[in-house]
Design a protein around this ligand. Sequence first.
Ligand code: GDP
Ligand code: MG
Length: 166
Amino acid sequence: KSGFISIIGRPNVGKSTFLNRVIGQKIAIMSDKPQTTRNKIQGVLTLEDTQMVFIDTPGIHKPKHKLGDFMMKVAQNTLKEVDLILFMVNAEEGFGRGEEFILEKFETVNTPIFLVINKIDQIHPDELLPLIESYKEKYPFKEIVPISALEGNNVERLLEQIKVYL
Ligand code: GDP
Ligand code: MG
């Protein structure tokens, strides 16, 4: 199996940390390049039976300049073409306007979307279930997966769930 995966989410939710954990240190440098309209391969994870190609999708946030609208269209087209979208949010901060904005962009996209709740090491375990319940109402996510990219909690399980969609 092989497939393309796009990780999207506001700055600082932990996208690079996640990629570093699953692929390795190299990609940190690549993913910190300034935005371009071109989609970049951020890293490739090769497992025994599966290959996952992670694609950077710049521009999927509120446009701040004229190029923004164009980049948004590029980003939306990319999201239509990948096999799976990982929408990453910060467990501590939850759904803000940035997230709502990205969710609106999903309306024209049929690609399966996982909600990845990152930084669960920063919240009390009792807070997690209510959080998951509140996210279920936002969008018909295929999976809602809590992780800690930093500490590695549940990351293996997320990879297993990704495999199912490739
Ligand atoms: P990106 O902008 O989405 O790529 O976010 P980064 O991967 O650069 O992470 C932003 C900050 O959040 C960094 O200081 C990370 O160390 C921190 N971070 C990322 N994942 C986690 C996590 O699971 N737990 C905690 N506590 N911090 C995290
Ligand atoms: Mg990053």
